[in-house]
Design a protein around this ligand. Structure first.
Ligand code: AMP
Length: 284
C-alpha cells in the first residue's frame, strides 16, 4: 500500500499521539526525497524494528548554502511514494516550507566542534540547517528511533550529538552505505551527473577503499592521502574539497592509526558535489 501523505504538523502529531497511546514503537526516516535504494534500506530497517514508520520528505532550504544547488535538487514526490509502496511505511510526511518555517521562525540549532571541518568548512551554515530541521522532525514525529545513513557520516555524528545534548528521547541508528554495482555510493545527486561523469565518478570509492586498505596495512596516512588526491584529480574530478582521516566517533584529525577511523572525502564531478567515506580499522 502507498503511504498516506501527511502535510501538516497537526495531522502528524494527532496520528503519532494516538500510536503512542497504544504503546506502539515509532520509527522515523528523514529524507529529502528523490529516493533510491540507500533510502529504502533505511525504511526497510525501520519497518523491521518498529511498529509504525514515518518517512519524512522535505527539501530543507536552510541546509543549502548554494541557491543553485537547492533549485537543481531533484523533486520526485509521486515516484517516491510509489517506491515506498512495497515496503509499506505508514506515513509520508511531506510538509511545505511554510509548515516547517512559519512566518517569524527565528531559532537555529547549532552544534559546535564536529561541524567546524570537513563538509562544515565548505558549506557554511549547512549543519545548522540540518540540526535545526532534524530537531524539529524528531519533535514533530515523536519517534522512538530514527534511521540515518553512514553515507553522510558527519551528518550522522552531528545528529547524534544534537539529540543527546538536547535530551531528545530518540535512538539515532546509523545504517551502512548502499552502493551501485561499481561501488559508487547511491545519492540523489548522482542523477545530475553526465554519462561520462557518472563513469569517472567511480574513482572516488575506489580511491577511498584502496587508501583505507593501505593505511590499515601500515602505510603512512598522509602519503597515502596525497596519492589518493592526485589520483582523483587525474581521474577527472575538478576539485577535491577534502580527503581526510578522522577518528570514527569524534571525527578528530588523526595522523596515526591507533583507533577505529574513517576516511572521508568530498569532490566535485561535473559541478556535482559527491561525498563518500569508508571505515579504516587498525591492523586489518
Ligand atoms: P538525503 O535524502 O540525501 O538527505 O538522505 C536521507 C537519508 O538517507 C540520510 O540519512 C542519508 O545518509 C541516507 N542515505 C543517502 N544515501 C544513502 C546511501 N547510499 N546508503 C545509505 N543511506 C543513504
Amino acid at each position: 500500500m502507498k503511504p498516506e501523505i501527511v502535510r501538516s504538523r497537526a495531522d502528524l502529531r494527532a496520528q503519532a499521539t494516538a500510536w503512542r497511546k497504544d504503546g506502539l514503537r515509532i520509527g522515523a526516516v528523514p529524507t529529502m526525497g528523490a529516493l533510491h535504494e540507500g533510502h529504502l534500506s533505511l525504511v526497510r530497517r525501520a519497518a523491521a524494528e518498529c511498529d509504525r514508520v514515518i518517512v519524512t520528505l522535505f527539501v530543507n532550504p536552510k541546509q543549502f548554502n548554494d541557491q543553485n544547488d537547492l533549485q537543481k535538487y531533484p523533486r520526485t514526490e509521486e515516484d517516491d511514494r510509489t517506491l515506498l509502496e512495497e515496503i509499506g511505511p505508514d506515513i509520508l510526511y511531506a510538509p511545505d516550507v511554510k509548515e516547517i518555517y512559519p512566518a517569524g521562525f527565528a531559532t537555529t540549532i547549532s552544534v559546535s566542534g564536529i561541524t567546524d571541518s570537513l563538509c562544515g568548512s565548505f558549506r557554511p551554515g549547512h549543519f545548522d540547517g540540518v540540526a535545526t530541521v532534524v530537531c524539529k522532525l524528531f519533535l514533530q514525529t515523536g519517534a522512538d528511533c530514527a534511521y540515518f545513513g553512514e553515507k553522510d557520516y558527519q551528518q550522522l555524528q552531528v545528529v547524534r550529538r544534537m539529540a543527546s545534548d538536547l535530551d531528545i528521547p530518540i535512538d539515532v541508528i546509523g545504517c551502512p552505505t548502499i552502493r551501485e554495482a561499481d561501488g559508487l555510493a547511491m545519492s540523489s545527486r548522482n542523477r545530475l551527473l553526465s554519462p561520462e561523469g557518472r563513469e569517472k565518478a567511480v574513482a572516488l570509492p575506489r580511491a577511498l577503499v584502496q587508501t583505507a586498505e593501505a593505511i590499515s596495512r601500515g602505510a603512512n596516512p598522509q602519503d597515502s592521502i596525497e596519492a589518493a588526491i592526485g589520483l582523483l584529480e587525474t581521474s577527472g574530478f575538478a576539485s577535491v574539497e577534502y580527503l581526510e582521516l578522522r577518528g570514527a566517533d569524534d571525527l578528530a584529525p588523526i595522523t596515526t592509526l591507533d583507533r577505529p577511523a574513517r576516511l572521508l572525502a568530498a569532490a566535485k564531478m561535473d559541478d556535482v558535489r559527491l561525498i563518500d567515506n569508508v571505515p579504516v580499522l587498525p591492523g586489518t
